[in-house]
Ligand binder design. Structure first.
Ligand SMILES: [Zn+2]
Length: 72
């Protein structure tokens, strides 16, 4: 007897689903991309989508006009 579905085949490391041939050892392109991203992230220590630029601390709704035109 031969089972059409390999119960002991490779599993997707991402979602534990049976891996599919086109995306081995993953089950889908999505899982493959996710895993690749995680792998690269760990390897290069890249923060998960954390924009370092454009970080301006501007308190909204607070007009700090310290420079008063005090002409005596
Ligand atoms: Zn998967």
């Amino acid at each position: 007897m031969s089972d059409p579905i390999p119960l002991r085949g490779p599993r997707c490391p991402q979602c534990r689903k049976p891996a599919m041939p086109p995306y081995l050892p993953f089950c889908s392109a999505r899982c493959r991309t996710v895993d690749l991203g995680n792998w690269l992230g760990e390897r290069y220590s890249i923060p998960a989508a954390v924009p370092e630029e454009a970080e301006e601390d501007e308190a909204p709704g607070e007009d700090g006009d310290d420079e008063t035109p005090g002409s005596a």
